[in-house]
Design a protein around this ligand. Structure first.
Ligand SMILES: O=C(O)[C@H]1O[C@H](OP(=O)(O)OP(=O)(O)OC[C@H]2O[C@@H](n3ccc(=O)[nH]c3=O)[C@H](O)[C@@H]2O)[C@H](O)[C@@H](O)[C@H]1O
Length: 444
């Protein structure tokens, strides 16, 4: 049948078709052509319908992405520009990563209070109670610091931020913290402390102008180092935890970006930082919570019944070290991804220089809280802890003017005062904080 139609419509020898047959063929051709063109029109109509449906869907997708996205838009850019505005002669505009974190909040406030422009960046992850991070954000907002909700591993977001503001400095404090949590969630350390760091440095090296970068390394890089106090020149090639290993890797990675792209880099090895608005995962914080709730605390002890000790450093001293690092940071030498010459590369210990044992820390908390702790003393599990830390701060003292002034007794007093007020405890005169505990206390 098909072959017949083909033969009729397209005779193999043109001009040999009989006239009467030619009429019939002509009619059939027209009928056929008419139905083909109708089909063609229908097809066109369907294609147009499908295309408009698809483009409508993509419009809906894009707009819902746009409206659901936590960043982007004119209003967002305006907030960033306002927050980055410098209000003192010779001031800097600083991108603070991890701004809703413990150290990030304090550093952002200090910078803002003296008139620097500050834009925060934080992913508000749930490693610990995000409502505490939100409360810190509210505090920052009340001082005019805008915190962008986003991840340091988001290259598009970083490019946009540098597009909106020519940051002079980056204070990089976003990280997956915690020594022992690395056993539970190793990928989180790789994501933030390695991948996120590289993404951030990529953005910094491509920025024009390139910012100077100051970032948080850790005392944990000293690992199994036994030479005390720990000096910057001591061995750091024997980390005892994945956390420490990622911070050590961060020191190598930042060195590479300094070497290849001329980024000015300062790494700060923080020694067990504590204080108001602190991290609930840290011992002094969780001990306080448990002591107040009448719950036992676990105190780790080293081999041969030796107490563990830390060079606990008060937040205000750390903030001074961070700000001094920003103030003394030289400019990066490159631009647009090209090195212009050798750039500054520094590493400093920021500690307190007087280690205190964990049982002594508990004793101070008991005094301030006026409650006796229920202690379970157990041998330190092999999960990343080191027996002690002790900072030599000569270098930071000489080059940054760093001079810690708060001892653990005074610093914990300030922390306890903040804790009781933040979580809604109102101690009656003479009574212990625990006795005064009311139902209004927020749980962590
Ligand atoms: O300087 C750093 O670079 C790191 O400091 C901090 O780590 P650490 O010094 O380990 O602080 P933290 O957890 O408060 O434990 C303190 C002591 O209490 C002991 N400890 C802890 C918990 C517990 O239940 N019992 C206990 O005895 C414990 O064995 C230890 O001896 C930061 O968390 C980390 O992010 C990083 O910044």
């Amino acid at each position: 049948m098909m072959r017949l139609m083909e033969a009729e419509l397209f005779p193999s020898t043109p001009g040999k078709v009989k006239i009467e047959r030619a009429h019939t063929i002509n009619r059939q051709f027209h009928r056929c052509f008419a139905s083909t063109s109708t089909m063609f029109l229908w097809a066109l109509f369907l294609i147009a319908l499908t295309a408009s449906y698809l483009s409508f869907q993509s419009f809906v997708d894009t707009s819902s992405r746009y409206f659901n996205a936590s960043w982007g838009g004119m209003h967002w850019e305006k907030q960033i520009r306002a927050s980055a505005t410098v209000r003192r002669p010779g001031g800097m505009s600083v991108l603070v990563t991890g701004a809703a974190g413990f150290v990030g909040t304090h550093v952002s406030l200090a910078l803002r209070k003296r008139g620097d422009g500050v834009v925060g960046l934080d992913n508000f992850n749930s490693y610990y109670d995000p409502s505490l991070k939100k409360a810190r954000e509210a505090l920052l907002e009340s001082h005019g610091v805008f915190v962008v909700e986003g991840d340091i591993d988001d290259a598009r977001l970083l490019a946009k931020l540098f597009d909106v503001v020519p940051f002079t400095h980056v204070m990089h404090l976003a990280a997956q913290a915690g020594v022992r949590y690395a056993i539970e969630n190793p990928a989180s350390y790789v994501h933030s402390n390695i991948a996120g760091l590289v993404t951030l440095l990529e953005a910094c090296k491509s920025a024009d102008p390139q910012p100077a970068v100051v970032w948080a390394s850790s005392s944990s890089v000293y690992g199994l180092n036994e030479k005390a106090p720990f000096s910057e020149a001591d061995r750091t090639d024997r980390p005892a935890s994945l956390y420490a290993a990622t911070k050590k890797a961060g020191e190598e990675i930042t060195h590479t970006y300094n070497h290849i792209y001329g980024l000015s880099i300062t790494g700060l090895r923080f020694f067990t930082v504590y204080g108001p608005w602190g991290r609930p995962d840290m011992a002094y914080f969780s001990f306080t919570r448990n002591i107040l709730q009448g719950k036992p605390i676990t105190v780790y002890r080293g081999k041969n019944r030796v107490d563990l000790a830390r060079d606990f450093t008060f937040i205000d001293d750390i903030v001074k070290g961070c700000v001094a690092s920003l103030d003394t940071a030289e400019k990066s030498t490159g631009s647009g991804g090209r090195k212009g010459g050798p750039a500054q590369y520094r590493i400093y210990n920021l500690g307190n220089t007087s280690p205190v044992t964990v049982p002594a820390l508990v004793g101070i908390l008991e005094r301030h809280l006026k409650v006796k702790a229920k202690k379970n003393v157990v041998e330190m599990p092999g999960n990343g802890d080191v027996p002690f830390t002790h900072a030599n701060i000569s270098l930071a003292r000489a080059e940054l003017g760093y001079k810690p002034t708060t001892n653990l007794e005074t610093g914990l007093k300030k922390f306890v005062r903040w804790y009781l007020s933040y979580y809604g405890y109102s101690p009656r005169s003479g009574g212990s904080a625990a006795e005064a505990t009311t139902g209004s206390a927020k749980s962590l």
